[in-house]
Design a protein around this ligand. Structure first.
Ligand SMILES: [Zn+2]
Length: 229
């Protein structure tokens, strides 16, 4: 089997836009909170577009922040010296819309609207179902003495090799991806197997993965008050 065929098979197993579209949300009203760094958990905002919205802090829903601390503790017990490093949490809805429209604009104009939504969603989530604007999704990796472990690709490298179950990575990278996946799922996060670094709780992806009747978090418009004035 060629690598293109292998990746096509892996992609078929990932949920698509219509799978999410019909999931209702019963909003939990949990606030967004900034992640607090400590010896087990490190966070760093890597999207320059978000600096005007949240400054350098990574914001997530309160329960997500609590769960990440538990993940970091479990990880340190499994692999002493490890730190959980979160590089993205909440993304402003306006940024998600801008990214999505840019991808959609690059698609063949003869496509129908539903075809466009499904095709664009494979590259960047449709804003109405996207996880990051809910504060429930996070992008993260494991570091050791501040250096990322070998995950086969760098975080945020959008290529087929970033599919969690890509067979074209080293055994070490495979192990590291599985370790991250295990500690995240153990604490109730859902995986997105198109990006080894992306997990979520409470959003539609999470509801679909765990067969929940509804999601807990809606997309939010938010700017940290600390940046005003
Ligand atoms: Zn993500």
């Amino acid at each position: 089997m060629s690598s293109a065929e292998t990746y096509a098979l892996l992609e078929q197993k990932m949920p698509s836009y219509p799978d999410y579209a019909s999931i209702p949300v019963i909003e939990s009203e949990e606030p967004l909170v900034p992640l607090k760094n400590n010896e087990l958990l490190d966070s760093l905002q890597i999207d320059p577009a978000m600096l005007a919205v949240t400054g350098t802090a990574v914001y997530v829903r309160e329960e997500v922040a609590d769960k990440l601390q538990v993940v970091a503790e479990n990880l340190a017990a499994r692999r002493p010296g490890s730190q959980l490093q979160v590089v993205y949490g909440y993304r402003a809805l306006a940024i998600q819309r801008r990214l999505f429209e840019a991808v959609k604009a690059g698609l063949p104009p003869e496509m129908s609207e539903p075809e466009m939504l499904a095709a664009a969603h494979r590259m960047i989530a449709v804003p109405e179902v996207a996880g990051h604007p809910t504060g429930g999704a996070v992008d993260l990796q494991i570091t050791d003495s501040s250096a990322p472990l070998d995950f086969g690709t760098d975080i945020w490298t959008f290529q087929p090799g970033s599919y969690t179950f890509s067979p074209y990575i080293s055994p070490r990278a495979w192990q590291n991806r599985q370790l991250l996946r295990e500690v995240m799922l153990q604490t109730g996060f859902a995986p997105f197997d198109g990006e080894w670094w992306h997990f979520s709780y409470g959003d539609k992806e999470w509801a679909l993965h765990y067969n929940q009747p509804s999601a807990r978090y809606n997309q939010l418009d938010f700017t940290t008050p600390n940046l005003d004035g």
